[in-house]
Every structure is written in structure tokens, then in C-alpha cells.
Design a protein around this ligand. Structure first.
Ligand SMILES: [Zn+2]
Ligand SMILES: [Zn+2]
Length: 188
């Protein structure tokens, strides 16, 4: 059994949250972590009770959709709403924060930002993070799937391949199947 690391676990959670985004321009998820506990999460979405971009289309001004509250802001505001301190907490986010979110993250007292993907990384945001002593680090999501049966499935496919190799006369067909399995299950 391979245990998922904390980094991968929080990033996977953010990735899952991103799937809840209602703005089709960019699906973003963010998770606030304090003392190894998830204390809040957010995704790109409209103000509570308002229409969604996925239903009504984006409301674009100057090339930006103005309808949505960004994932990072939503996560921090969830803490504000329920009175949870964010001082000294960490943030896991699917994309490098925009300039507005960067400022809010700093003001919220977040001490580290882990992001999975670079996204128009604004030089001023980078500068502000540095100035504020907020650590930024890229953490790519390498955990293959949130699948509790994954190890069992991989073992099963390995065994099937071994059996097949022993009985198959069609080496080309076998090689194709093997390559496909290796890609699917990341077998080396
Ligand atoms: Zn939108
Ligand atoms: Zn933002």
C-alpha cells in the first residue's frame, strides 16, 4: 500500500473542488490548510444565489469574466464567514493566483502557496509574495487517481499480462495491449 503524501492529498482536493467551478473560462480549486487540517475550500463561482456562467455565459469586461469570485478568495471568505483564523495557514491551489487573489492571500496571513500549474504568473504577484515572505512552490499532482481499488487493479492487469504473454502467439497484438496497459496503469 502506498500512502498518498500530504501535498498530493491537498492538491487532489483542490483538483476535485475545481470540478465544481461554474465559470467555464478556467476551472480552479483552492484548499486552505492549517496544522495539516483542511479548514476551507473554494472554487471559481458566482456569488451565492446568482446565475452561473455555465448556464448564462460569462459576463466579460476587458477580457475578464466579472461574474465569478475566484477559488482562493472563496476559500478565504468561507473562513471569514464562519470565523476561522487563516493566519499562518497554507493554500493549495490548482493554478498560480492572479494579482487580486495574491493580495488577498497575503492579507489573510497565508504563509505558503502551493500551486499545480503556472498560469500567467504576474511578476508583481511574484514580487508581492516575496516581499510578504509568502513561500510559493509548484506541486504538480502526480497521484494517478482517487481510486481506492487502484492498487488491486494494477496488480490484476500485471498478472493478466503475464498470463497473456505465456499463451499468446500474436506478439504484435500482445505488444499493443501491453503498451496500452502500461499507459493506463503507469506500469514500468
Ligand atoms: Zn465566467
Ligand atoms: Zn484570482
Amino acid at each position: 500500500m502506498e500512502r498518498i503524501s500530504w501535498d498530493q492529498y491537498y492538491m487532489a482536493q483542490s483538483q476535485l473542488l475545481a470540478l465544481r467551478s461554474t465559470c467555464t473560462r478556467l476551472m480552479v480549486g483552492a484548499t486552505v490548510v492549517r496544522d495539516k487540517r483542511i479548514i476551507a475550500g473554494g472554487y471559481n463561482g458566482s456569488v451565492s444565489g446568482s446565475v452561473h456562467c455555465v448556464d448564462e455565459g460569462c459576463y466579460v469586461i476587458d477580457g475578464h469574466c466579472v461574474r465569478t469570485v475566484h477559488a482562493e478568495a472563496n476559500a478565504l471568505l468561507q473562513c471569514a464567514k464562519f470565523g476561522v483564523p487563516t493566519e499562518g495557514a497554507e493554500l493549495y491551489v490548482t493554478h498560480f493566483p492572479c494579482l487580486q487573489c495574491c493580495k488577498q492571500i497575503i492579507q489573510g496571513g497565508i504563509k505558503a502557496v502551493y500551486y499545480a500549474e503556472d498560469y500567467k504568473n504576474h511578476p508583481y504577484a511574484i514580487e508581492l509574495f516575496k516581499e510578504a515572505g509568502v513561500q510559493t512552490k509548484k506541486v504538480e499532482l502526480t497521484y494517478l487517481a482517487v481510486d481506492t481499488q487502484y492498487n488491486k487493479k494494477e496488480k490484476y492487469i500485471r498478472e493478466l499480462l503475464e498470463e497473456l504473454e505465456a499463451v499468446s502467439n500474436d506478439t504484435e497484438k500482445y505488444a499493443t495491449l501491453k503498451t496500452e496497459a502500461e499507459e493506463l496503469f503507469n506500469i514500468r
